[in-house]
Design a binder for this molecule. Structure first.
Ligand code: FMN
Length: 180
């Protein structure tokens, strides 16, 4: 348990990377962590594109606002994982939405993403979850199929610089007992 807490608390968003490749077995283990993530009715709506080509990363950069602090890391990272989700599967039953929230693909992708980042961290790899970019433009670059959405890009590699931990809300600020 304390090991798990150390892993959870020790993971940081990493935005600068060393020029060092990621061993294939480590990449496979990270993908295995996604494979075993929970999802709505086990729909497993995730799809992952492994981007290694420098030219593709450069093209993806065009979908970033220049103010995104992860922009340098995007092309520096040896691997960028593009996290996509299948639409109208998670949260659906026989083609109909089952809750007021509609499609739960974002929720499932979030869980998979955390599994991915924590596993990478245990392997000494840094990641940053990137959400602030033009998803449609980047999806075109990556040839994402109709019926799927590209949600996040995750640059991954050996950290060049340790990240500082931003302050967290106190537990008492977000925990409610019995009622909100
Ligand atoms: C959904 C999501 C989107 C994010 N988008 C970006 C982003 O576009 N650029 C960036 O530099 N960091 C991004 N982050 C990283 C957060 O800024 C970071 O997780 C937060 O500040 C807490 O820091 P920590 O990850 O080191 O604990 C994103 C994180 C999440 C969960």
């Amino acid at each position: 348990m304390s090991d798990l807490m150390t892993i959870i608390k020790g993971r940081r968003s990493i935005r600068r990377f060393q020029d060092k490749p990621i061993p294939e077995k480590d990449l496979q283990q990270i993908l295995e962590a996604v494979q075993w993530s929970p999802s709505w009715a086990n729909t497993q709506c995730w799809e992952i594109i492994v981007v290694r080509e420098a030219a593709t990363k450069e093209k993806l950069k065009e979908s970033f606002p220049p103010t995104n602090p992860a922009i340098v890391g995007l092309t520096e990272a040896p691997v960028v994982l593009a996290l996509c989700g299948k639409l109208q599967s998670s949260g659906f039953y026989k083609g109909q939405v089952t809750t007021k929230f509609g499609d739960w693909f974002m929720f499932d992708l979030g869980l998979a993403c955390q599994s991915l980042c924590l596993t990478a961290h245990t392997l000494g790899l840094g990641t940053v979850i990137v959400g602030l970019f033009d998803q449609d433009k980047a999806a075109k670059t990556l040839g994402v199929k109709e019926g799927y959405e590209l949600v996040s890009l995750i640059p991954m590699g050996y950290p060049a610089k340790a990240g500082a931990a931003p302050r967290r809300r106190e537990i008492g600020e977000f925990t409610h007992y019995e009622k909100f």
